[in-house]
Design a protein around this ligand. Sequence first.
Ligand code: SF4
Length: 65
Amino acid sequence: MHVQVDLDLCQGHGVCESEAPAVFELGKNASVTVLQPDPPEALRTAVEAAVRFCPTSALRINEEE
Ligand code: SF4
């Protein structure tokens, strides 16, 4: 599982950080930093919730990588 973020879409709402704080961190510039681009399967549920609830649909899970 590889997490991709489109920083052109991210508006720094921080929903992703709330859902998966081990994977996403909101920086001072109001855009997200992906702490773990390839998170372990144990975090899948949290990452999927972050993807689903991101208000700007800036997050994707790429299963190929
Ligand atoms: S939830 Fe979406 S818009 Fe908000 S910080 Fe995360 S990626 Fe950016």
